[in-house]
Design a protein around this ligand. Structure first.
Ligand code: DC
Length: 227
């Protein structure tokens, strides 16, 4: 069976990574969380006090950043220059700055190169904002996930509570709206649905329902590839 590339894009806290992980596991494909790459880069820039306007500093930093993913106790874990930063990159500090960093073209070029290299052998599920439009415009299956803002806030509150982080609902709403705005209005690779993407609104869908839908779509595309 020939392997395919599956691109999953959508707004923040739509459940992209949950779906992408389960799908990759089911198909025994690799999974890449492209948002984690922008988050790890943001953490590096914050720690080293490199401001978004400092073009030379950003270029230098990108040469010094090595991002790896490893599975630890069944959990996809992000490493920045050998350090496990999985928890830190999900915090509010990184979340509040990541959209500004992801709007920098130099940063995007570097991330897209790494992402394309990871997809060279196909057999990959990647989630993000520009995967179907920019990173893999020829991906065999593209999914665009959406959910209402209310539902996304509810899921984010639950996720943060599980991690023991106590952040107010208002703060979460502000952060989500801020990121949505920057992600979809930036000049370079704004978030948008690719013309050939399948739109799934998962507001009222359970995780197993979404997984079943996407497995069926993937199988359909794989059969087409093998014809
Ligand atoms: O999916 P996430 O919330 O972890 O993504 C973090 C930020 O990174 C988000 O604000 C948008 C940006 N991002 C992007 O611009 N392009 C991607 N392919 C993935 C994420």
């Amino acid at each position: 069976m020939k392997k395919i590339i599956i691109a999953i894009d959508g707004f923040s806290s739509c459940g992209k990574s949950t779906l992408a992980k389960s799908l990759a596991q089911h198909l025994q494909y690799a999974y890449i969380d492209s948002g984690a790459m922008y988050r790890a880069t943001t953490l590096y820039l914050l720690r080293n006090e490199v401001l978004p306007a400092n073009e030379a500093g950003i270029k230098k930093a990108l040469q010094q950043i090595d991002i790896q993913f490893k599975r630890i106790n069944e959990v996809n874990t992000t490493f920045l220059n050998g350090e496990n930063v999985e928890s830190e990159i999900r915090g509010l500090e990184v979340s509040s700055h990541v959209s500004e960093v992801a709007a920098i073209s130099t940063v995007r070029r570097s991330m897209v190169n790494i992402q394309r290299t990871a997809g060279r052998q196909k057999g990959i599920v990647m989630d993000g904002r520009d995967i179907g439009t920019v990173v893999f415009p020829k991906a065999e299956l593209k999914i665009f996930l959406t959910a209402t803002l209310e539902e996304r806030i509810r899921r984010r509150v639950l996720q943060l509570e599980k991690q023991g982080k106590n952040i107010s609902r208002e703060e979460i709403e502000k952060n989500l709206q801020h990121r949505d705005h920057i992600d979809s209005t930036r000049a370079d690779s704004p978030l948008r649905q690719a013309e050939d993407a399948v739109l799934i609104d998962n507001t009222n869908l359970s995780e197993p329902e979404q997984l079943a839908m996407t497995i069926a779509l993937a199988q359909e595309r794989m059969i087409k590839e093998n014809e």
